[in-house]
Design a protein around this ligand. Structure first.
Ligand code: NAD
Length: 297
């Protein structure tokens, strides 16, 4: 079994690392937040002193960090993965970042004989916990085959979609679909509620039809409770939509609906709600309409 380094133990990284430990892998872990490291070490991982230290003791390094600059810092920066890496190391970046940055980082690490895959995920915290993430992978087939078993410990599917960067392009497509679905759900549920129909009954009535979706099933119960604890923070979804707009425009694809939802998320951020779960998009509509989609007593 390959020795695995894991860097970035946040909402997603922590349960993913714990699932690898449960599956019998020996893990060395690092996060700039000491408490996060302690929690995973308590379940059987070894503590790394830095990303460099983690890389020096691993055959495969997984990163699960917020954004492109964080991945650059942890991999190419001082005391980063590249400083500790030996030729032959496989770097699997599972963060959702700009596809161009995946390509840039891969080019840099290749100079030292390190192979890289971009392997972002979909499914959020619940699926990270029960190891049923959908993993979309970009990179070389022969590298993918070496870590496919590791990825399948964390997810129910791991699909090689193309060359390096393709994983993150696929993730951007995923994020457009999720954002637009949440906005559609919000618009519809606020209308139904203010028009006088119990939103819980609306959900029960439509979930089995064509409007039914994973988004509806995951988010409506939380909205009904007024629970906007993340989950997936609006500010992280803003990061993904910014990357989606850049990528779409750079290849000549207008994305009017994505732009619209981006502005809704920007308004929520200005309103102090950037740290809420993206299900909190409903709050934008609730404020406009002066009606809340909640359980009725
Ligand atoms: P998070 O903010 O909870 O966790 C990120 C962790 O990285 C934090 O613990 C932070 O301390 C650590 N970190 C930041 N910079 C670091 C560095 N230089 N070195 C070491 N550690 C560092 O974020 P998250 O929700 O776990 O998301 C991680 C990635 O997964 C993001 O790209 C996000 O878009 C993506 N994602 C999240 C979800 C979700 O539902 N939360 C779902 C799918 C994909």
């Amino acid at each position: 079994m390959k020795k695995i380094g894991f860097i970035g133990l946040g909402i997603m990284g922590k349960p993913m690392a714990m699932n690898l430990i449960k599956a019998g892998y020996s893990l060395i872990v690092y996060d700039i937040k000491r408490e996060a490291v302690k929690e995973v070490v308590a379940t059987g991982a070894k503590e790394g002193k830095s990303s460099k230290d983690v890389a020096a003791q691993s055959e495969v390094v997984i990163t699960m960090l917020p954004n492109s600059p964080d991945v650059k810092e942890a991999v190419l920066g001082k005391n980063g993965v590249l400083e500790g890496a030996k030729a032959g190391l496989i770097l699997v970046d599972m963060s959702s970042i700009a596809p161009m940055v995946s390509k840039e980082v891969a080019t840099e690490v290749e100079k030292k004989g390190v192979e890289m895959l971009d392997a972002p995920v979909s499914g959020g915290e619940p699926k990270a916990k029960d190891a049923t993430l959908s993993i979309m992978v970009g990179g070389k087939k022969e590298v993918f085959e070496q870590v496919e078993g590791i990825l399948k410990v964390m997810g129910s599917s791991a699909v090689l979609v193309g060359d390096i960067g393709s994983g993150n392009i696929t993730k951007l497509a995923n994020q457009i679909i999720v954002a637009l679905n949440i906005a559609a759900m919000s618009e519809a549920m606020v209308m139904a509620t203010k028009a006088g129909v119990d939103p819980e009954k609306v959900f029960q009535a439509i979930r089995g039809g064509l409007a039914g979706s994973n988004v509806l099933n995951a988010k409506v119960p939380l909205v009904l409770e007024g629970n906007f604890k993340p989950g997936f923070r609006i500010e992280l979804h803003i990061k993904d939509l910014a990357n989606a707009l850049d990528t779409a425009h750079s290849v000549g694809v207008p994305v009017p609906l994505t732009s619209g939802v981006m502005e809704i998320m920007q308004a929520l951020k200005v309103d102090g709600k950037g740290g809420n779960d993206h299900g909190g998009i409903v709050q934008f509509y609730e404020k406009l309409a002066k009606a809340e989609v909640r359980h009725q007593k």
